[in-house]
Design a protein around this ligand. Structure first.
Ligand SMILES: Cc1cc2nc3c(=O)[nH]c(=O)nc-3n(C[C@H](O)[C@H](O)[C@H](O)COP(=O)(O)OP(=O)(O)OC[C@H]3O[C@@H](n4cnc5c(N)ncnc54)[C@H](O)[C@@H]3O)c2cc1C
Length: 507
């Protein structure tokens, strides 16, 4: 007998819960009279984590899927544009590089332009900084913003963008969307998860005695993984030996002009601080390793990094980096923090919520008990998070810093074999091993390799097949075009004001 998923019950009303509710409502309620139902249960006693303010360009896929108007979203969520991440003091104290969204130059003769740039660099010929090949970086570093254009004649086709936003306002926005489409919200605290005889989830028992039954459960209960771990026993694979940061302290501060269209991350003695400009405040935080720094020291470091008056008391957050061994077990899918967490250095968690929801839609079962769909989903989601994990580890391991116990640990630690293989391919022959389904494309890996001072022994062999004069001319034209387009773009604030059709609140 097949068991179909007609009634979805989501546990948790943070970013993951409401994103799941909004996307499920869009998927399931298209046909009038659909037998499908979605119920979301959230506790008033446990606040959502509330951080999660920086995104990557895939966030636009969600807005498109939900048919959300960009101006409405940006206005309601205090959002600003984000063109990438500026890394300060990561390679050594005083170093500064940019990981911009989008491409590092066009592709010429089957090879991205940055490979020709690399070939010139290896040959000892003068080259501009790698950032000169990034449309997004040039816009960002000039505090300007323009949207990517499909027109191949404009260098803007190589740009990409995302948003910084207020996580609590995003959850409210998605809640309004989902409730308007028919999602039912129940406020209640889950005391127990009741299982059926076959071990699948039967219902969520609330402290007031109500029993919420359903066919399929989505666990968005945050780090504790109330259903997936506590009831279904799916273990958590701890990656803190590779990513030792396990705490954060967050503290918003007053906004200051100009509003930078990028996230700034600065390496510190036991981790790194973030600076995320929203329209009305700056989000600040210090992600640190408790093995090397206590809470009081972390707070002092963060306060020392603030550029404006704090707006609240600092908030300490504990986490464990890693992933759920199986994110989908029986009739329960875990999403968000319940399914795993990687520190926010490259702003990947909200992307993973959305990506995993869509992966689930691709594997949407006619029969809840179909093991093959579950298994494929689990394998594919592991592949994605492991690739992101490797990319994050590179940011630490490749640093030349040795000035504190934290940096000595992360630069000497063993790394996963998968990352070792990528590094060998790059260092020996300039190859960047990235699959088409990987989140981080070769341009991203290149930005970090170069930012950390890695230059291969030999270039990609395909670069030898293009006459040097030709690639040098293209390099010059492209960097010039990018620079001109960046300087011709309006300031970030003006772009936001144009989108919102009103002046921004004074900062
Ligand atoms: C320091 C830090 C910085 C981050 N920065 C970024 C970033 O810049 N970009 C990014 O993409 N991601 C970031 N993240 C990750 C991001 O915050 C999360 O992925 C996102 O907020 C999703 O959280 P969640 O909804 O899974 O969990 P939560 O927000 O913790 O929500 C859990 C929900 O479960 C409910 N709940 C729990 N127990 C019960 C119960 N017994 N009964 C009923 N309800 C219950 C709670 O009420 C709550 O509604 C960051 C994370 C941290 C820790």
């Amino acid at each position: 007998m097949t068991r179909s998923a007609d009634h979805f019950v989501i546990l948790g009303g943070g970013t993951a819960g409401w994103m799941a509710a909004a996307c499920l409502s869009r998927l399931l309620f298209r046909v009038p009279g659909s037998p499908k139902r979605v119920t979301l249960v959230e506790s008033a006693e446990i606040a959502p984590i509330g951080v999660g303010e920086a995104t990557i360009p895939s966030i636009q896929d969600m807005l498109r899927y939900l048919n959300i108007d960009e101006a409405d979203f940006v206005s309601a969520t205090d959002a600003t544009y984000k063109l990438g991440i500026r890394f300060r003091d990561w390679r050594v104290a005083g170093s500064d590089f940019f990981h911009g969204f989008g491409e590092l130059g066009p592709t010429i003769e089957n090879l991205p332009l940055f490979q020709h740039w690399l070939s010139e660099k290896i040959a000892g010929r003068p080259v501009p900084p790698l950032e000169a090949l990034s449309m997004s970086a040039q816009l960002a570093l000039n505090n300007r913003f323009a949207k990517p254009k499909q027109d191949g004649n404009s260098p803007l086709f190589m740009a990409g963008y995302a948003y910084h936003f207020d996580a609590a306002k995003v959850a409210t926005y998605l809640r309004d969307y989902a409730e308007a489409k028919g999602v039912k919200r129940i406020e209640g605290h889950v005391a127990e998860v009741a299982l059926a005889v076959d071990g699948s989830v039967n219902s969520l028992r609330l402290t007031d005695g109500r029993d919420i039954t359903g066919d399929f459960f989505i666990d968005c209960s945050g780090f504790k993984g109330l259903i997936i771990e506590k009831a279904l026993g799916s273990p958590f694979e701890d990656w803190s030996h590779w990513l030792p940061c396990d705490r954060a302290v967050a503290l918003p501060s007053q906004s200051i002009a100009p509003l930078q269209p990028y996230t700034q991350v600065t390496a510190r003695d036991a981790g790194w601080t973030w600076r995320i400009p929203l329209q009305s405040r700056i989000g600040n935080g210090y992600v640190y390793a408790s093995r090397f720094c206590d809470a009081a020291q972390a707070e002092q470091t963060l306060r020392g990094a603030l550029e404006s008056q704090p707006l609240a008391e600092p908030r300490q957050i504990h986490f464990t980096p890693g992933r759920r061994r199986e994110a989908w077990v029986k009739n329960c899918l875990s999403l968000g923090l319940a399914s795993g967490f990687l520190e926010p250095l490259e702003s990947t968690s909200i992307h993973l919520i959305f990506a995993n929801l869509f992966r689930f839609f691709d594997h949407f079962p006619r029969d809840i008990d179909s093991a093959v769909l579950r298994q494929t989903y689990n394998d594919r989601s592991v592949r994605e998070i492991e690739e992101i994990r490797d990319f994050l580890i590179l940011h630490y391991w490749a640093s030349a810093r040795r000035d504190t116990p934290f940096w000595r640990y992360v630069t000497a630690m063993d790394i996963p074999d998968s990352l070792g293989a990528k590094l060998e391919a790059f260092r020996t022959q300039g190859k960047i091993l990235a699959d088409y389904y990987d989140l981080f494309k070769p341009a991203s890996w290149m930005a970090i390799y170069d930012g950390m001072g890695f230059t291969p022994k030999a270039p990609d062999p395909l670069a030898d097949l293009v006459p040097g004069d030709f690639s040098r001319r293209v390099l010059q034209n492209v960097t010039q075009g990018i620079r001109q387009a960046a300087l011709a773009a309006p300031p970030h604030e003006a772009s936001l004001a144009a989108l919102l059709r009103r002046p921004l609140s004074p900062v």
